[in-house]
Design a protein around this ligand. Structure first.
Ligand code: SF4
Length: 446
């Protein structure tokens, strides 16, 4: 059972030295109890106290690693119910189901198509990570062959789905190096699956027929020494599934229920009869609170919106995405090419650079650090003032790359034109369009 703030306080040095970033040991203890602080932030906790505090300082939802390589994921580790309180940390893993009786060539075709679903967005590669291989008919050799094929011929990581310990063992032997997620330990096979997971050091999913049914199972597996568990309350009806996800997250975070303090796995593929509906359900579980969602297939029109939703939900709302300050070359600019400037808000950069690229007018794009704020917000907050922009242009080194002295500033920052001109004597400051969509026409007309 988690310790209260007062119980934790009794184990701290009580010197109020403030090195942990809060004024008192009591405040630190309260933060630790509510999952808002890390024990490591206090350098003076004794080893004995550390041991006692280990449970209290453990994240209320265990962080579980699945897979290896570029598509490895970690799931869980969440500390809040709502992302406006603090960010959500571990993006939902997205999986597609495949049955083990699929032919080698059909599977290869699928893997090739699925592998191609990679989307560049704000400098990130958005793609699914998992293939859920489902035992069809208990043929352990077929299961092992397909597991090996997925592991060896694709980047995808695996969820091995069977309740038969022999089939699971064969699957593990075929792809253990990929650190697959075992699905699933049930009331009937918990001992055998627990032993397999322990022996092979693999994450283990636990399935019951209700939230309450999960508790004795995770308790039992935890007593066996297993920590990396993923839970499935078995609900396959939309409303019930949502209610279960919410109640489990609340139980782990608000009631300190360690038996439910694990990431979850959900199966939209078993909750709808078509991919459109599955996609909607998956969207619901990306927002609340699926650690892994399993679809029946990947298609571009289903996957792309889910990947975008995931990107948005798992981006820290208190920390805007940024790009690095500097000079960006778009389309091999030369000494006569135009110079534009904008802020380092990632979305501003990608929209503006995309429009410049689309214009086919090679250009220099200066990106000024504005702490990730968009042009208007940065200007209003004093992070994109005329003086700052002028100083930045001077130190950026752009003058060594061009023969002209004309700077195009964003239309929304027209008010700083005079100040920039003062800071950059000899330069012409041109006010560009307000909307990025108008940049191509503007550049072509120059
Ligand atoms: Fe107390 Fe440790 Fe924080 Fe110092 S660093 S105030 S001893 S909790």
């Amino acid at each position: 059972m988690a310790l209260t703030g007062i119980q934790i306080f009794k184990l701290l040095p009580k010197t109020n030295c403030k090195e942990c970033g809060v004024p008192t040991c009591l405040a630190f203890a309260m933060n630790l109890a509510s999952g808002k602080a890390e024990l490591d932030s206090c350098p003076y906790v004794s080893d004995e106290a550390k041991e006692q505090l280990a449970e209290a300082s453990a994240p209320p939802i265990r962080l579980v690693a699945i897979g290896k390589g570029v598509r490895a994921i970690t799931t869980g580790g969440e500390t809040v119910l709502h992302r406006h309180e603090k960010t959500f940390y571990s993006p939902t893993g997205i999986a597609s189901l495949v049955n083990s009786d699929i032919s080698e060539s059909d599977l290869q075709d699928k893997l090739k198509i699925w592998n191609a679903f990679q989307f560049e967005r704000v400098g990130l590669n958005l793609r699914p990570e998992l293939v859920a291989l489902k035992d069809a008919g208990g043929d352990k050799d077929a299961f092992a062959r397909r597991a090996k094929q997925i592991a060896e011929t694709s980047e995808f990581n695996l969820v091995l789905m069977t309740e038969d310990a022999d089939v699971m063992k064969a699957g593990i032997e075929a792809c253990q190096a990929k650190k697959p997620l075992m699905y699933a330990a049930t009331e009937g096979n918990a001992d055998a699956f627990g032993a397999l997971a322990k022996e092979n050091e693999l994450p283990l999913a636990v399935k019951a027929d209700s939230v309450e049914g999960l508790i004795p199972l995770t308790e039992k597996l935890t007593e066996l020494g297993l920590k990396d568990l993923v839970i499935d309350p078995g609900s396959r009806e939309i409303k019930q599934s949502l209610e279960d996800m919410v109640s489990m997250r609340r139980a782990a975070l608000k009631s300190g229920n360690r038996e439910l303090g694990f990431p979850t796995i959900t199966f939209p593929c078993e909750m709808a009869s078509n991919l459109d509906m599955e996609t909607l359900i998956a969207g619901m579980h990306i927002a609340k609170y699926g650690g892994v969602v399993v679809l029946s297939d990947f298609t571009g029109e289903s996957l792309f919106p889910l990947l975008l939703e995931r990107l948005n939900i798992y981006t820290d709302p208190q920390r805007p995405m940024t790009v690095t300050e500097g000079i960006y070359e778009i389309g091999n600019p030369d000494e006569n090419s135009p110079i534009l400037i904008t802020t380092n808000f990632a979305l501003s950069y990608f929209i503006v650079s995309g429009e410049i690229e689309g214009s086919k007018v090679p250009s220099w794009l200066l990106i000024k650090d504005s702490e990730g704020l968009s042009v208007m917000t940065a200007w209003a907050a004093g992070k994109f003032s005329g003086d700052d922009v002028g100083v930045f242009v001077k130190k950026s080194g752009i003058e060594d790359k061009v023969k002209h002295k004309e700077l195009i500033i964003p239309g929304y920052a027209a008010a700083i034109a005079g100040d920039v001109e003062e800071e950059l004597p000899g330069w012409t400051i041109t006010v560009g369009p307000r909307e990025a969509a108008h940049i191509p026409a503007f550049l072509k007309s120059k």
